[in-house]
Design a protein around this ligand. Sequence first.
Ligand code: SAM
Length: 460
Amino acid sequence: MSLPESLVQSLKQIKGFDEASFRAVHQSGEQVTSIRFNPAKYNGESVSDLLNTETDGQVPWCSEAYYLKSRPSFTADPLFHAGVYYVQDASSMILKEALKQSVELSQPLKLLDLCAAPGGKSTLIQSVISAESLLVSNEVIKTRVNVLCENISKWGAANVIVTQNDPHDFQRLGPYFDVVVVDAPCSGSGLFRKDPSAIEEWSESHVDLCGQRQQRILADILPALKPGGVLIYSTCSYSEAEDEEMVDWLLDREDIESISFDLDAEWNIMGTVSTKHNGYGYRFFPDRLRGEGFFLAAFRKTGTAEMTQSSHRYKKRNDRLNAADQQLLKPYLKLPEQYFFIKQQESVIAMPIHLEDDLQALQANLYIRKAGVKLGSIMHAELIPDHELALSVMLADDTQTLQLDKPDALQYLRKETISVQTELRGWALVRYLQFPLGWVKILPNRINNYYPAHWRILNK
Ligand code: SAM
């Protein structure tokens, strides 16, 4: 692997950068695989037993995450489709520690993940915030929103809204968010080891373009951050122009201050300081730790934060589900009293009750692609359950279940016919081990497979 020489030369000025080991780790061809468990679905015990792959220790800065000794076929693992874990580079998981150290996570917060697809940071954020908090997960590129929605659906939480907006659009909300995460589009040098073809696309002029775009994104989104709120900025680029120089660019503003973290020295994350304003940044080099190249810095907007109560009172919605239809949902839900239900065309959507005003505020100002959990549609006084409900943590534990072994579970995920003997009739949740995969409708002579066609796995 031949690294861009101008990049390597530019890194030499970073204190602690070790050129020889940096080159060696890129030459080695070593691949690091890590997964992060969904704490709402699995507590992470006996991980090696659960996966048919040996683990290789915990990710030091994220207790729900593990390294794997080899990379299995995730597509052929039903747990992957059940949202039990997310495959994510370990370095990115430092976001958990950054949030823990800069924000009071037990509070009801409003958080925005501005550049969210495919959803790695969003699923992590959702796992560390309180149930009373709201995560807005945004992706501006239309073709990337579907995969984001899919990953959020798999994660199963009801306190997430997916939007598809340009960063500038969020200014319509005024200072609204307690936390904004900008995992910026970047020149991607940190991922060279995983994707050597990215080396061809790398150039200094692309780094410059990325820097300009990052400034635009940050300038556009800062008005949506409350005074006292926290901005977390990250890239998977090694270039100072996208990292420390962006820290200095932000600190040129009088209302932004840098946040430092207390990180275990054994993690080998390299703390850096920007040239102009001595702002803190954290660099991940793959020759120093088990993870890809990554940079993270955090900031506080000065001023006093109001609490997250919305000042605007909205009119009562007119798309609330009527009481009779709500009765149809109850058998499917664990704690129905904690949600409000709205009907959009035939679909019924549930969100936590305390987020009703937020949904209205966002609906009035943004393009919402998904809100809360789609429970299904009501037809002829019956709920046709939606796939999102199957994967949601709202689902009642005693839902009628068709238990499948692994070969049948994979058959189900391919949306093929499953022929297991059962006395059950009607709608049933398909589970592999204890984990829901989706719905079937069991008729006397066959089992109809309701796995979403566009999610089905294609390999044999
Ligand atoms: N946070 C994601 C995760 O952890 O899975 C990865 C995000 S990726 C580094 C950057 C994202 O920014 C991409 O999904 C890209 O489509 C989006 N993006 C591209 N141009 C953008 C822009 N001008 N404003 C906001 N987001 C943009």
